[in-house]
Write a protein of this length. Sequence first.
Length: 184
Amino acid sequence: MLRVKNLKRNLKMNRLLGEKYYDMLKEQVKNLTWNVQIIDNDTIEKLKLLYSDYQEALGEAKLSGNIYNYRFENLPENMKESVMKRYKTFTDAIDELDRRGRSEIMRHIPPSEKEEKESDNSASERSLKAEEKEKNAIIEAEREENEKQKHHNITATLFVIMVIVLILTAIGALKHFCMGGGAA
């Protein structure tokens, strides 16, 4: 039989992990709208039933003793047997999922509040960065347009100045020739 100290630690760890799995799996069983499904329906149903039994056993144990202190040795013999049986079945199922790979498991565990905030922050940061890039692109386009406009304005101004100088030169030349200054 397992040592009580190890059982305490394992039961607590598996209870906490089991609650996360149960909530996640219950949500998937209720709402299979996700097109990508990594855990098959049989496994989901099996784990849902398994966790339900596990919760019942923990509830029974809690009524007869302080389960949070895991006074396993104080439980009646039939309850010890029931808790150990469900504990083993549950941990075997967790081990099966663990063998499939931690990354696959982690995709199905809902993120903690801190991770959610970080992911919300990173999502909002990404949207802010996208908006910032869009604004920068608009500003850059306006700057290029202004450069083209400025270049066009300089060219037009030079053209007007050249036309004015040409007209003044032509008027000056005509005046010079018409006033008789050209035959001297």
